[in-house]
Design a binder for this molecule. Structure first.
Ligand code: ARG
Length: 590
């Protein structure tokens, strides 16, 4: 199905043409079209143009108006103030434009004409460690960006760069060699397999750490074990895999709770680049990008200095011969641009790693692994704060367990859902399902509705509130559309009637629905999911106003009933599609 230009795109094009007709030198000038309170749209571009052409702006504006085509799109045009154009779209044009894409499952959103390949690095927890709220952000944001880009037609390759390599593993594996039953599943088949896995790993980690810190012999054996691991010794690798697999049970249980799908093939952690590390360092050294300094292989940058004014290098190989985080990330870039043919590399990672990525990207550019045609971007996100406004910690000062937060969110949401649900006759089972969809949606939405770089307070009361900028408010608007359809009589079906005049609330809703594709295009171009969240919240608010002001099933005429049902249907599908792109479900009855 061909996509339909939005009203704002059509207007933009008409006003541009009229500007060029009035002032030939203005061909291609931006009419600066915006949504406006006074009319549907306002074009402010005449002012600047008049200035440059040394013309009277009001007169020029009148000329532009005269040059605008008299067609079915524009209802009214006025010159206002010093030379603004106020543009009102004809009611019929709004309805007709929505109707033109009502049968399209993509709701008129075009697919990219020339899609590229994006490798998206997100959801990267660390093996044998508890996931924390930072991993929540990376997972939720990354999942939304993946879905949004894919919907736009981009080829997305997901990469979960998990921390599954490094010196810590020598200690863990050596402990397992000496205590072979440490990870045995003694608890039997438990319902909470993920939690059980994590507690086994936690115990392994603590015991190994205690021994490592107190027993020099064990420390030595652990260090030798790291060498065996890097050399690929079979017994060592088997134990390493046991630890990784145990961790995956835990990761998958958390992702399952989060309603985020992770494919095993996309989990390519730090270990996945082990075979490339030596070569990466050699290439950097031969190209003169990296130099040996105090026994370490380093890359230096003119503009990166520490507090003491000394340059801060990126260390690709440590003095003990080990490879660090940077060597792995540089190897991953080689893999992603050369083998996976990426045009864009995205990293959804905590803002605290900004310097690391700046140095890694710069190094890769110098080495020729990031040619100009490839864009590499760190999409940094801020910190999740506790109620006290400080980074989220438990009272005991430990970082908060992600699972506990999710469980609590679902519990609170279930209470909210139950209150209304009992009135509309939901079963216990339905209440439980909705409670999960509302609770997990609330956690995701709170995260996605804040612009990435900002910190936000994890406040469950606010997150599950029915009033305000929350997912449950949007989910509730969706459920309301569904309830209208359940109540409709058999002969009351959605159908567009462009011949009908629209009430103000219908116009506002229609114009906003019309802007869905434009909003999505902006989100895909900026990697800012919060713009989609705010589009959807606005859509839900406009629908609420429409619902209060415009009776649907008891409207004045059968045609008006159909037209309003048509608006309800398109609203429902737009809300569901938009929330799905954010990874949020839409219960049918709330
Ligand atoms: N595992 C890391 C952490 O938990 C995040 C990895 C980010 N991705 C990357 N390519 N470095 O902090």
């Amino acid at each position: 199905m061909a996509s339909v230009a939005s009203l704002s795109a059509s207007l933009q094009q008409r006003v541009s043409a009229a500007l060029a007709a009035a002032v030939p030198s203005a061909a291609g000038a931006d009419p600066l079209l915006r949504r406006s309170d006074r009319a549907d749209f306002q074009a402010n571009g005449v002012l600047g143009l008049a200035k440059r052409a040394k013309a009277n702006p009001r007169e020029l504006a009148e000329q532009v108006v005269a040059a605008l085509p008299q067609d079915e799109l524009l209802g009214r045009v006025e010159v206002s103030g010093p030379g603004f154009l106020n543009l009102t779209v004809a009611d019929a044009a709004i309805t007709a434009n929505l109707a033109a894409r009502a049968d399209d499952p993509r709701l008129g959103v075009p697919e990219a004409a020339d899609p590229g390949t994006t490798v998206l690095d997100y959801a990267q927890p660390n093996v044998a460690k508890e996931m924390h709220v930072g991993h929540l952000r990376s997972s939720v944001i990354g999942d939304a960006i993946a879905k949004i880009l894919e919907f736009a037609g981009e080829k997305v390759i997901r990469r979960h760069h998990i921390g599954d390599w490094g010196t810590n593993f020598g200690m863990l594996i050596q402990y397992l060699v000496e205590h072979p039953h440490e990870l045995d599943h003694t608890e039997g088949k438990d319902a909470d397999a993920g939690e059980a896995s994590m507690s086994r790993l936690d115990r392994l980690y603590k015991n190994a750490r205690t021994l490592f810190d107190s027993d020099e012999g064990f420390k030595d054996r652990s260090r030798r074990r790291v060498v065996d691991l890097q050399a690929g010794d079979a017994e060592t690798i088997a134990l390493w895999r046991q630890i990784v697999d145990e961790s995956k049970i835990y990761f998958y249980s958390v992702y399952d709770k989060l309603d985020i799908e992770i494919a095993d093939a996309d989990i390519v952690g730090e270990s996945g680049y082990n075979d490339m590390l030596v070569e990466t360092c050699d290439l950097l050294e031969k190209a003169g990008v990296a130099v040996w300094s105090n026994g370490a292989l380093c890359v230096f940058f003119d503009d990166i200095k520490g507090k003491d004014g000394e340059p801060v290098p990126l260390i690709v190989r440590k003095t003990d011969g080990g490879f660090g985080y940077a060597a792995t990330d540089l190897s991953a870039i080689r893999n992603r641009t050369i083998d996976l043919h990426a045009d864009t590399l995205l990293y959804v990672v905590d803002v605290r790693q900004a310097l690391h990525f700046k140095m890694v990207f710069e190094t890769a550019r110098r080495a020729g692994w990031l040619p100009d045609r490839v864009t590499a971007r760190h999409l940094p996100f801020g910190t999740v704060l506790g109620p006290d406004g400080k980074p989220f910690k438990t009272r005991a000062g430990r970082s908060v367990r992600l699972e506990d937060l999710l469980d609590e969110a679902v519990e609170r949401a279930t209470a909210v859902v139950r209150e209304k649900g009992e009135k509309i006759g939901l079963t216990e089972e339905e209440i439980a399902v909705n409670g999960r969809q509302v609770g997990i949606g609330a956690v995701k939405y709170a995260d996605l509705s804040t612009s990435l770089g900002r910190d936000y307070v994890f406040d469950l009361d606010r997150m599950v509130s029915l009033n305000g900028d929350t997912s449950v408010y949007i989910q509730y608007a969706y459920a309301r559309t569904k309830s209208i359809f359940r109540k409709a009589a058999d002969d009351q079906k959605p159908a567009a009637h462009p011949e009908l005049a629209l009430a103000p609330a219908e116009r506002a809703l229609g114009l906003h629905l019309d802007a869905f594709a434009d909003a999505l295009a902006e989100v895909a171009a900026t990697y800012e999911p919060h713009r989609l969240a705010s589009y959807l919240f606005q859509l839900a608010s406009l629908f609420t106003t429409f619902y209060e002001q415009c009776p649907v099933l008891t409207a004045d005429s059968p045609a008006q009933v159909e037209n309003r049902l048509f608006l309800c249907d398109l609203t429902a599908r737009t809300l569901a599609q938009g929330l799905a792109l954010l990874g949020i479900r839409t219960p049918e009855r709330l």
